[in-house]
Design a protein around this ligand. Structure first.
Ligand code: ACO
Length: 330
């Protein structure tokens, strides 16, 4: 029995007000509400207005998480911001949050691991708490994917959305009953060409004529991603459960990355879980990459689907590929 465990002490969220429905998209590209709903489960997504920045929503989520955890900004020793769409390259989003919430004693950095970023962040926070048990870590997943979306490309623009979720992680006061139990982090870079955003990287100077204009937006080979994702999600879930002596029936709530309802449904069926044990909010937000899991955890708790002591399984995969799973007691 472990005497020291890290646990999520409080959560917060922040999403733009502007809602973009499938019917709105029908007016922009050759698509339909029927196609999007059937193939992805998405009905609407949140999109930043012109002049807004995702950092303000990350700050909103962070403040709510701190209030909920009853932790002051000064108690934070580290801020990790998982994002592939920071407001700027320099400075990082994490330092802007650090300034925005007045976390005078915290180190801060951005973490780039696409849709698995929040699980990566939680795993790092857990390790940090184990070496400095009296400190607290703020983990944020925040994305402004709409700013890197080609609105002429129907294969991608119907999928993505903007938002931010945050968690304060600290020492569990009841390590036998609550806290992070185990995690897996992984990557397989051989799949990198399936999901890319090459423009803006250091390979080409800005506006380099050699790089086609659409490379300044997220590009994806959706069908291929789908195949790998379904395989990977199942493997991750089964392995972490077995390693900890559990079976699918022991899970109280599965919170998967919200990339496509069909991927989530495939996983649910393979694990033999009833619908009420799998949290889904992709219908409201689309795929928000690193923000997807914290937004789902936040709403699951608010809706009363997460209770103290529940066994929770998080599973995610994303461009790269990166992947991660985490088992915790809420
Ligand atoms: N509206 C209408 N038709 C469309 C649209 C659209 N928005 N997009 C594609 N189609 C058409 C295609 O052109 C194709 O037509 P064709 O049969 O005449 O050639 C047909 O629909 C089927 O296309 P597929 O690509 O085979 O559709 P699929 O069922 O695979 O669904 C989707 C596509 C939703 C992208 C799916 O493959 C998927 O979800 N993939 C995984 C995405 C994902 O999980 N990404 C993860 C990470 S994202 C990140 O990291 C930021």
């Amino acid at each position: 029995m472990q005497s020291l465990k890290a646990a999520i002490l409080g959560m917060g969220m922040g999403v733009p007000q502007k809602v973009l429905t499938n019917f709105d998209l029908e007016k922009i590209v050759d698509t339909s509400d029927e196609w999007i709903t059937e193939r992805t489960g998405i009905k609407e997504r949140r999109i930043l207005e012109d002049g807004e920045n995702i950092t303000e929503y990350a700050i909103k989520a962070a403040k709510e998480a701190l209030t909920s955890a009853k932790v002051s900004p000064e108690e934070l020793g580290l801020i990790i911001c998982a994002t592939v769409t920071p407001q700027y390259i320099i400075p990082s989003m994490a330092v802007m949050v650090q300034d925005g919430i007045g976390a005078k004693n915290a180190g801060a950095f951005d973490l780039s691991a696409t849709c698995s970023g929040f699980i990566y962040g939680l795993a790092l926070a857990e390790s940090f708490i184990k070496s400095k048990p009296e400190t607290k870590v703020l983990v944020i997943g925040a994305e402004a994917l709409s700013r890197k979306t080609n609105w002429q490309d129907r294969t991608i623009c119907v999928l993505l959305g903007d938002g931010a979720g945050a968690a304060v992680v600290g020492k569990s006061t009841e390590p036998e009953k609550s806290g992070i139990m185990d995690f897996t982090l992984g990557a397989d870079g051989s799949y990198w060409e399936l999901l890319t955003l090459r423009g803006g990287g250091s390979c080409y100077p800005p506006f380099d004529e050699r790089l086609p204009k659409d490379e300044y937006y997220i590009k994806m080979k959706g069908r291929e991603v789908f195949k790998v994702a379904t395989r990977m999600m199942e493997k991750l879930a089964v392995e972490i459960l077995e390693r900890n002596g559990f079976g699918p029936k022991d899970i109280d709530l599965l919170v998967p990355h919200q990339a496509n309802l069909r991927i989530i449904e495939y996983l649910r069926e393979r694990l033999g879980l009833p619908k009420e044990k799998v949290f889904v909010n992709i219908n409201k937000y689309g795929n928000t990459s690193a923000a997807s899991i914290p937004l789902a955890l936040y709403e699951a708790e608010k809706e009363g689907k997460l209770k103290k002591g529940d066994l929770v399984l998080l599973v995610a995969f994303g461009g790269g590929f990166t992947y991660g799973s985490m088992l915790l007691r809420w």
